[in-house]
Design a protein around this ligand. Structure first.
Ligand SMILES: [Zn+2]
Length: 372
């Protein structure tokens, strides 16, 4: 089955909902045809001529770039400017380009979550929450022989997702009663006769963003003309999105040792550190890309160190006064770690092997900064 660009947008929306994008950002399909058939997908942090050429060479006609290459409003489109040339080539080669930026930064499994995972942090939480998703309890009454079909349908639509478990439900059996009135067409029983049916009371939880899909799936799979179900909001809030992550190291180590670990785990030629190299680091905050605005939040959340990119002289002074160590692993180094996760997610969500498409990371893309 061919995969259409629109389907890719849909699975990306499930991973990193567009409502999580910052207002100033420019995410989604930036250029191309949403109805285009996808042959291959190339992932990168920045769209460039070298990524475009690599995509063409490998047969990818969809590029997913972290940073939006169309950002400021265009007043002219001249083919003698680097951006104009890039746009000309993209249109000529009929490529589609999607940006997955601050929505992927904020997403539960987004950039900083992948950075935290790569650094081996445990008990990871969102550092600066932006959005907490409300959970709903869904209870539906289903005749015994249809329970499995309804349970499967709502689970497939996203109900009962707790941590790394999907399709979590609870059921008890009981007896339902009903009296079909005039004008009905009952699935069981007859008009004007009181009926008793063996039913299951099936319970699960549904995040707000999946509610519409889960209810549609439930109503489609349920045999009754009038489905009896209850839906109520919960005080539990397990889905949290936002900037940065904070977690613990499995074993506290000195700052010097920790910086070495960061360098090794992120496969970088060097990292910079600010702080006393002997200081013991137990709790670590991370932010992929540029996280200087999270210095105060990291310190007040109890972090001993913050790992991010784009840190300068003044940030080092501010962090020192807050007794927060800094490890600057670069903008590129702290974001690129999210792409293997994104590739694996897309392969799974699009059933890439079965549908004969490939998902690859651009190998021509390199950190623009070098160490000499
Ligand atoms: Zn970035």
């Amino acid at each position: 089955m061919p995969v259409i660009c629109r389907q890719v947008l849909k699975v990306l929306e499930q991973l990193a909902p567009s409502q999580l994008s910052e207002e100033w950002d420019n995410t989604g399909l930036l250029i191309g045809d949403p109805s285009a058939e996808v042959e291959g997908i190339m992932l990168c942090l920045d769209m460039s001529v070298s990524v475009l050429e690599e995509a063409l060479e490998k047969g990818a006609n969809l590029v997913i770039s972290h940073h939006p290459f169309l950002f400021k409003p265009l007043k002219t489109l001249r083919f003698d400017s680097p951006l104009g040339q890039l746009l000309q080539k993209i249109i000529k080669e009929e490529l589609q380009v999607i940006a997955l930026h601050t929505n992927f930064d904020h997403a539960g499994e987004g950039v900083s979550a992948q950075l935290a995972k790569k650094l081996g942090l445990v008990d990871v939480k969102v550092l600066q929450p932006k959005y907490r998703e409300t959970l709903y309890k869904l209870t539906v009454f289903v005749p015994r022989e249809h329970e499995s079909a309804v349970r499967q349908a709502i689970g497939d639509a996203g109900a009962g997702h707790i941590g790394n478990y999907s399709h979590c439900t609870f059921r008890v059996s009981g007896t339902g009663t009903f009296l079909p009135l005039e004008g009905t067409n009952p699935f069981i029983g007859a008009k004007g006769r009181m009926e008793e049916v063996e039913e299951f009371r099936l319970e699960t939880i549904v995040p707000e963003s999946r509610l519409g899909k889960v209810l549609d799936a439930m109503l489609a799979a349920h045999p009754y003309e009038e489905v009896a179900y209850d839906l109520y909001p919960l005080a539990n809030q397990i889905k949290e999105h936002g900037l940065g992550r904070i977690g613990r190291l499995p074993e506290p180590v000195s700052l010097a040792r920790f910086a070495e670990q960061v360098k090794k785990r992120l496969a970088l030629p060097a990292v910079r550190l600010a702080g006393n190299p002997e200081q013991i680091i137990a709790t670590v905050a991370v932010c992929g890309g540029s996280g200087k605005h999270l210095i105060a939040a990291a310190a007040s959340a109890g972090a001993d160190a913050l790992v991010t990119g784009e840190l300068g002289h003044h940030e080092a002074q501010v962090a020192r006064d807050l007794n927060l160590a800094l490890v600057d692993a670069g903008h590129f180094g702290t974001e690129i770690v999210s792409l293997p996760f994104l590739a694996a997610y897309l392969e799974r969500a699009l059933d890439a092997q079965q549908n004969n498409i490939f998902v690859a990371m651009a190998v021509t893309e390199k950190d623009p900064w070098q160490i000499v």
